[in-house]
Design a protein. Structure first.
Length: 230
């Protein structure tokens, strides 16, 4: 979500090749140069939450291309040993799905970013491969449900497996659409839903907090799973 200078990325890529060193995701994509960031001060709390998460990640095999209004990145993400992270203490966990037994466990990412003429808003698309990233929900918000037994299952986190992400950002709001599917049937606040029904979750954040919602398949209305005030 940040425009990067080609020279910086080129040097970082040389560093990976020459020194077998994996740069931190945070250093390249969520650095401290606010002049290059699309995040306004009102949304910096969310950016800071992303920065904490990104410190758990390294990248390798970085390729990039950019101009004044667009940028393309292709790379592999290597998580550290922490494979789950409670984002902003909200009960929403980011889970990295890699084989921890591998020397450098990773998953592939392709990231396209577009910045509008005003330089204060933009949008982007992130494609995730190898089932690398999931969202886990606490039992308070989403329960794993067994339709055969007609009961919710205890001590399990419902998992939404992400295949792609699209986002739009301006000075007052960030909208992130997660595309994918739940890995089990679920119960959201009394609504029992088959896992194949929901293929999209939407996160909206503003200066007051953020929430994750879905479109109810019966009423076709937005329903919130999580709402977090800041």
């Amino acid at each position: 979500m940040k425009k990067l200078y080609i020279s910086l990325l080129f040097i970082a890529n040389l560093t990976v090749s020459a020194q077998a060193y994996f740069p931190c995701f945070d250093d390249l994509f969520l650095g401290n140069n606010t002049d290059e960031s699309l995040f306004s001060p009102e949304l910096n709390y969310f950016r800071d939450g992303l920065k904490v998460t990104s410190k758990l990640l390294f990248i390798k095999d970085l390729q990039t291309d950019s101009n004044r209004s667009a940028a393309f990145y292709s790379f592999q993400v290597i998580p550290r040993s922490d494979l789950q992270y409670d984002f902003l203490n909200s009960g929403v966990f980011l889970k990295f799905n890699v084989n921890a037994k591998e020397k450098y466990p990773s998953f592939d990412v392709i990231f396209n970013e577009f910045v509008n003429e005003d330089k204060e808003s933009g949008n982007g698309r992130i494609d995730l491969y190898n089932k690398g990233l999931s969202i886990l929900f606490s039992e308070t918000d989403v329960k794993v449900f067994d339709f055969q037994k007609k009961t919710s299952l205890k001590d399990l986190k419902a998992e939404f497996l992400i295949s792609g992400i699209e986002y739009k950002i301006d000075k007052t709001n960030l909208e992130i659409v997660f595309k994918g599917n739940f890995t089990t049937d679920i119960n959201i606040k009394g609504k029992k839903i088959k896992k194949e029904i929901l293929s999209k979750l939407t996160l909206n954040t503003d200066k007051e907090g953020f929430g994750i919602s879905y479109m109810d398949p019966k009423s076709n209305k937005k329903k919130y799973i999580v709402e977090k005030d800041i």
